[in-house]
Write a protein that binds this ligand. Structure first.
Ligand code: FEO
Length: 397
């Protein structure tokens, strides 16, 4: 990605990472971008840097606009390494004595990564402002969105919100702005990002959005650190964050299962067909065909989650442990749950799945269905009844 002018004196100087396919466990089929922003005014300010291996490209992009050595200060909105990995390289190039503005916890976290007294770190607080000449930048701490040190920077005169990871999407492609992709496509990328990164912090998302609304903050553009920049649908993405942060269950069931000799798969299919016959949105996801980040994206707005596993060595299948561990950490709320699965001789899986779902916080509405070896018609009838019970509860939402 070459540098791109966003408005008078403000540029995106970030980089594309076409080939990242796995962002610490989050499948990034469309790669991602590490956006960084350059403000060229009486003072020259760089907002965020990029992953370590892209530092040279960041310098090249800055150089196409201005000599990087003329940068007066750097703002670090968030200390995770995809945005600060090249910070020391950039500071070494432009002058290590120059100030790096970050939150108080940003100072602590940047020092924890790079060592004390290596950089001239200057903590800023919510509400604090600096002038670059004709532009005013203000800061809003957004602790735990999604790191303790996260903050937003707001360019007052241009009404541009530099939102760090919030409102981001792991998307790398020809498009730079929201209006260059269909709303459906960017919404899908943003939803996956929310489900995998921001879901456990939904209460804080609600608060930050309420703060933005109370402050009547006008936002002409939202510049997140990943993916598309919003210049058309700022209100829409803020509205979607508001909706997702409510954690409201919808009339939708997600069936997550693994299977050994197809018995649990057949049970999953009968449950799915029954729910579909009730004209309720349902998706059946085999853990060997769908990865955990796709599954949690579907779980985000579901009202029901059904989990199936055969019993393997007195336990559940390993792939189910993976998604359940991941789900527990992301804390989805307001869902009903039920378990099912086949077994040969001991049959612990359904009980273990019920315990997992209770730990996650699901309302387990059925004792679950256990089938020895091969499901017969009577077992499929139980699966149909479970599908009907779930459908009825979803219809009553
Ligand atoms: Fe994009 Fe939290 O780093």
């Amino acid at each position: 990605m070459d540098s791109m002018k966003l408005t008078e004196g403000i540029y995106n100087v970030g980089v594309r990472d076409w080939n990242i396919r796995d962002f610490h466990g989050y499948s990034t089929h469309k790669g991602t971008t590490y956006n960084a922003f350059l403000i060229v005014d009486e003072k020259i300010v760089l907002i965020d840097t990029v992953k370590k291996e892209f530092g040279d490209k960041l310098l090249e992009n800055i150089s196409s606009i201005v000599d990087p050595k003329k940068i007066d200060m750097v703002i670090s909105n968030h200390s995770e390494m995809d945005h600060t990995g090249s910070l020391t390289r950039i500071m070494h190039f432009i002058g290590e004595e120059k100030p790096v503005l970050c939150s108080k916890l940003g100072k602590k976290n940047i020092e924890a990564h790079f060592g004390k007294d290596k950089l001239n770190l200057n903590p800023v607080k919510s509400g604090e402002e600096i002038s670059t000449g004709s532009k005013t930048l203000s800061f809003l701490e957004t602790r735990m969105l999604h790191w303790p040190d996260s903050m937003f920077t707001y360019a007052k005169e241009d009404k541009i919100l530099f939102s760090s990871d919030a409102f981001g999407q792991h998307y790398s492609g020809w498009a730079t702005f929201d209006d260059e992709l269909s709303e459906e496509e960017w919404t899908n990328h943003a939803k996956k990002y929310y489900a995998n990164i921001l879901l456990p912090f939904s209460g804080l998302v609600k608060k930050v959005i309420s703060d933005i609304e109370k402050a009547n903050l006008e936002v002409n553009m939202i510049c997140p650190d990943h993916g598309l920049i919003f210049r058309k649908d700022q209100a829409k993405i803020i509205g979607l964050y508001k909706e997702w942060s409510e954690l409201k269950p919808s009339k939708k069931a997600v069936i997550i299962y693994d299977s050994m000799w197809n018995s649990t798969r057949k049970m999953a299919e009968v449950i799915a067909e029954t729910i579909a016959d009730q004209k309720i949105d349902v998706i059946s996801m085999n853990t060997r065909k769908w990865d955990r980040s796709e599954i949690i994206t579907e779980v985000l707005d579901a009202g029901a989650v059904l989990i199936g596993s055969p019993t393997l060595n007195n336990n559940i299948f390993p792939a189910l442990s993976d998604i359940l561990t991941y789900m527990k950490g992301l804390k989805p709320k307001n869902k009903i749950g039920a378990a099912f699965g086949s077994y040969g001789w001991s049959g612990e899986a359904v009980g273990i799945l019920n315990s997992y779902m209770e730990e996650i916080g699901f309302d387990v509405v059925d004792e679950g269905i256990k089938v020895q070896y091969i499901p017969e018609e009577a077992d499929f009838e139980k699966c149909r009844n479970l599908g009907l019970k779930i459908s009825e509860q979803l219809n009553n939402l």
